[in-house]
Write a protein that binds this ligand. Structure first.
Ligand code: SF4
Length: 334
């Protein structure tokens, strides 16, 4: 090795203060574009400082109300603006949701996420949604919901019901947001996140990569998340699943190495957060997922479907975990 090649390393020194909320775009971009091995090495160091590197948390996601959404998110099959052929359904019965959660718990999931395709919940839906949170909590599981934008009263009600996490993704950078969604703004997303935080619910917030954005948008998205008043406790990083009939159906897929870089940067910038490999795992090789775990991803969704999209089957995930020597995290385990 020459001295020149070693000289890349000092710029990647692990920050002495690794929980920060004052990231600049420049320093985040410098990490993102560093030699891949250096970036992964540093991300793995940060990961080991805060988590068992061989444990991954398993979540299960259920669509409690599918399709018919008035928003126009360019990636989403559930929007009424796009012709994806998806059939809309009504809000599920509380008992059915709790029964599904029980099955997921018995199969090893510790967190149950419930998603409804709404711009925001209507007041008439709140009783049922609150009953779902209470029913799933009573099973001893962590609860998460994603219901669209919340006002402060709705957030307080969900918090009082014991909701552990609220998912509300910022999706991409502020700059690119308007290219993907026009029916609500980046600022609207941040407002809901603030309501959730103020109500004492933990925040699950990440984004989608591979929507035709540039590297700087991925970096910018993570800078926004890492500079929130508190880091989101969960950071889902989705890889776009192009869906026929949506405006993003023909977008070129993201380079897998760029995806792994995004995971590594999320790990480095939000060291104590669960970084979740979310949608898009069916299009990833096992080797790409292994690299994501090495880069610091430590949570996945299990189950054959993710809302309306395919997900690797549980047998496949169990086999991959065995090959990698990874174990599922127990409830409440860091
Ligand atoms: S708000 Fe959610 S369900 Fe509605 S179109 Fe956007 S991503 Fe889809």
């Amino acid at each position: 090795m020459t001295l020149a090649s070693r000289s890349n390393e000092p710029s990647l020194a692990t920050p002495t203060r690794d929980i920060r909320r004052d990231w600049t775009k420049e320093e985040a971009l410098a990490l993102y574009t560093a030699p891949f091995n250096n970036l992964l090495f540093q991300a793995q160091k940060v990961h080991r400082k805060h988590f068992d590197p061989n444990k991954v948390q398993l979540s299960r996601l259920l669509s409690i109300k599918t399709g018919g959404c008035p928003e126009d998110c360019g990636y989403c099959s559930q929007s009424t603006h796009h012709d994806s052929g998806l059939k809309a359904s009504r809000l599920m019965e509380v008992e059915r949701v709790v029964a599904e959660a029980r099955k997921a718990r018995d199969a090893g999931a510790t967190r149950y996420c419930m998603g409804a395709a709404w711009r925001s919940p209507k007041d008439r839906d709140m009783d049922a949604v609150v009953a779902m949170v209470e029913g799933v909590k009573a099973l001893g599981m962590e609860t998460c919901m994603t219901l669209g934008m919340l006002d402060s009263e709705q957030a307080v009600r969900l918090g009082r019901a014991g909701l552990d996490y609220y998912n509300h993704n910022i999706d991409t950078s502020e700059r690119y947001y308007g290219k993907v969604i026009s029916t609500h703004s980046f600022a609207d997303r941040l407002e809901t996140l603030a309501h959730v935080r103020q109500s004492g619910i933990k925040v699950c917030c990440g984004g989608i990569v591979g929507m035709g954005e540039e590297a700087i948008d991925r970096v910018d998205m993570l800078v926004t998340l890492a500079n929130l008043p508190e880091h989101p406790e969960s950071v889902p990083i989705n890889m776009l699943i192009p869906i026929e009939g949506t405006p993003l159906a023909k977008v070129d897929p993201i380079d897998p190495i760029a995806f792994v870089r995004t995971i590594a940067l999320a790990r480095m910038m939000m060291p104590k957060s669960y970084v979740r490999l979310s949608a898009g795992r069916t299009a990833m090789t096992d080797e790409m997922q292994a690299l994501c775990f090495f880069a610091g991803a430590n949570s996945i969704f299990v189950g054959d479907t993710l809302l309306t999209a395919d997900n690797p089957g549980e047998d496949h995930d169990a086999r991959l975990f065995r090959r990698l020597g990874i174990q599922a995290m127990e409830h409440g385990e860091p």
